[in-house]
Design a protein around this ligand. Structure first.
Ligand SMILES: [Zn+2]
Length: 108
């Protein structure tokens, strides 16, 4: 059974680690393996003391991965924008040369 945070909790108020299933407390009694804790501390907890650092490392890794993907997408868009500007610049340069030639032809 899970509550709406995705935490594992049974009908007696017992919460279990989302990774290893270890008992992490009871929100009715306030009991936890590390002594008494508040109702909110128990319902917010997702992982046991052993899994918590691993979970944080994994979340950090996921966030870093997502950040790198976003930066990669941003760089790709910037590269495309630069390429578009180069093309536009080249077309404008050619138009200027053409106009200069036309002016020179008219002078002759
Ligand atoms: Zn655990």
């Amino acid at each position: 059974m899970s509550n709406n945070n995705g935490n594992k909790v049974d009908s007696n108020g017992n919460h279990y680690c989302s990774w290893c299933g270890a008992w992490i407390g009871n929100h009715n009694t306030g009991e936890t393996p590390d002594g008494e804790k508040s109702y909110f501390a128990i319902i917010k907890a997702k992982y046991c003391a052993e899994c918590r650092p691993k979970a944080i490392n994994q979340q950090t890794a996921v966030r870093l991965h997502n950040l790198r993907q976003r930066n990669k997408g941003k760089r790709k868009a910037e590269k495309q924008e630069l390429e578009n500007l180069r093309r536009e610049n080249e077309l404008l340069r050619q138009q200027i040369l053409k106009l200069r030639e036309e002016i020179n032809d008219e002078r002759i």
